[in-house]
Design a protein around this ligand. Structure first.
Ligand code: BG6
Length: 483
């Protein structure tokens, strides 16, 4: 692998994301030689850590995620880490940071390349971006920035943040990260759709009845009640992960696999996204909250959650496009906390065919991508005894050995940032469309709240979410495939 010289600055270097995801991923990339001798990482955060303490934390993070490591390698790797205690609003701190980055650049011959990673509370993203610009933190090589979600909390704030970031970075150098795009089966959607005759030719409105995306979680909000109150399922899961998955399922075939062509195809689709009106939102969207009788499982009883909260922990709805291969095909989604199990899956429901056997069940293509990875085609076949048909599954499931080879999403995505491949990141034009859609739903729900008519379905934990989500379909012949 080509060795990429770089000085990387992680804002939020003492945080959970850096510890659990970034440090182990960077170590793996170091092991593969993508970053090796010519790199330095500066971790910044408020805490008064020393370089040595950061290095011990990075070493712990590697040991926690790897069964066996070469201790010398870990030591060499962590020696490239430096810590700077940093208040994101303090101009002088940026001056110090700039000087440290320049010294390290010289020391490691990083060729003026800079990578900034925003891994801290999103309310600071704009401030940091502004200071990077005002205090000239960029180098004279490449300058890239990785921004964690959420990118804004509505279209207006996302636009403002984008303005702050684009003051120093070109669109091509901004990597808005969505970890779902690093997942194996999500990366498998394009090959599945466009390199199989059977799917390439049937993936259209003539053949598909509807598409269903379910992102179900077994866990509740846990210790994140404070953040979640400002977000809710729509902003936390739909605006980013669900929409990215839907985009991959509905976009036209790109001209090539180059990142620009993939983004072009996505944008073409998203420019035809239909924004639902209030009546449609009432009919086809549901919000819910988990509310068990046992207080532990009631959202309103979670720490840092308002006892009258109207924040949704479940959202279901309908997405449609005017253009693209599945124009006008209903795409249903649902996501929620405290479901019966963790299950991320996509169901492509094909239309009924005329059959000599009378009414037959739909063929369904199911892609499961968490916690297991599999592709299943459910078809009709003859009953062994007796008359008529039964449903059969043709399944390709990843073995344990294959699963073990799958790199973590963050490792994949960081790799792509280093090699400047933006295929699996969100471009501004896409994000804008997502926010337009989310804003319409949020506004409609907000209006209901203000009129005292908030319709928030309460659902029992560890089941399938609110039963109201069974009524969002356009036609009575439609239902959730995963029940
Ligand atoms: C995050 C959300 O983006 O995705 C969390 O903020 C959610 O609320 C998580 O739990 C789910 O990710 P995954 O990879 O576990 O499905």
């Amino acid at each position: 692998m080509k060795n990429i010289p770089v000085v990387m600055v992680i804002f939020g270097g003492s945080g959970d994301l850096a510890h659990r995801k970034l440090y182990p991923a960077l170590y793996n990339l170091y092991e593969q030689g993508l970053i090796h001798d010519n790199f330095a990482v500066i971790g910044t955060a408020r805490r008064p850590w020393s370089h040595e303490y950061l290095r011990s934390q990075v070493s712990d993070a590697i040991h926690e995620t790897h069964d066996k490591v070469d201790e010398n390698e870990v030591k060499n790797f962590t020696s490239h880490f430096y810590y700077q205690s940093h208040d994101v609003t303090n101009v002088e701190h940026y001056e110090t940071l700039k000087k440290l980055a320049q010294d390290l650049d010289e020391h490691y011959n990083a060729q003026g390349n800079r990578l900034f990673y925003m891994a801290m509370a999103p309310r600071f993203f704009g401030t940091i971006a502004t200071h990077i610009n005002d205090q000239h933190l960029t180098g004279n090589g490449f300058n890239r920035i990785v921004v964690e979600k959420p990118f804004g909390r509505d279209l207006a704030s996302a636009e403002e943040l984008n303005k702050q970031i684009t003051a120093s970075f070109k669109e091509d150098d901004i990597f808005r990260i969505d970890h779902y795009l690093g997942k194996e089966m999500i990366q498998n959607i394009i090959p599945l759709r466009f390199s199989n005759w059977i799917f390439k030719n049937s993936w259209n409105k003539e053949n598909i009845k509807n598409i269903q995306v379910t992102l179900a979680e077994r866990l509740g909000v846990e210790a994140r009640g404070g953040y979640y109150e400002t977000s809710g399922a729509l902003r936390d899961m739909v605006q980013n992960h669900i929409f990215q998955v839907i985009t991959l399922l509905a976009m036209p075939e790109p001209e090539s696999l180059k990142d620009n062509d993939i983004h072009k195809a996505k944008q073409e689709l998203l420019d035809s996204l239909i924004i639902p009106n209030e009546e449609e939102i009432k009919k086809h969207f549901v919000r819910g909250q988990y509310a068990g009788s046992d207080t532990t499982f009631a959202y309103k009883k979670e720490p840092n959650v308002d006892e009258n909260s109207t924040t949704e922990t479940f959202a279901a709805g309908l997405v449609k496009f005017k253009k693209g291969p599945v124009a006008d095909v209903p795409i249903y989604f649902r996501t929620g906390k405290e479901f019966k199990e963790k299950k991320n899956r996509i169901d492509i429901v094909f239309k009924n065919c005329h059959s000599l056997y009378g009414q037959v069940k739909h063929d369904v293509l199911t892609i499961e991508f968490d916690p297991t990875s599999s592709i299943t085609l459910t078809i009709n076949g003859k009953k062994i005894t007796g008359e008529g048909l039964r449903q059969e599954n043709l399944t390709y499931a990843f073995s344990k050995e294959e699963m073990a080879q799958v790199p973590d999403g963050y490792e994949r995505l960081l790799h792509d940032v280093f090699v400047n491949d933006s295929t699996n990141f969100t471009h501004w034009g896409e994000l804008k469309r997502y926010w337009q859609f989310i804003d319409a739903i949020e506004d409609a729900w907000q209006k209901e709240n203000e009129k005292g008519q908030a319709n928030i379905a309460q659902y029992p934990p560890y089941r399938m979410g609110p039963k109201e989500a069974n009524n969002i379909f356009e036609s009575p012949t439609e239902h959730w495939i995963y029940e």
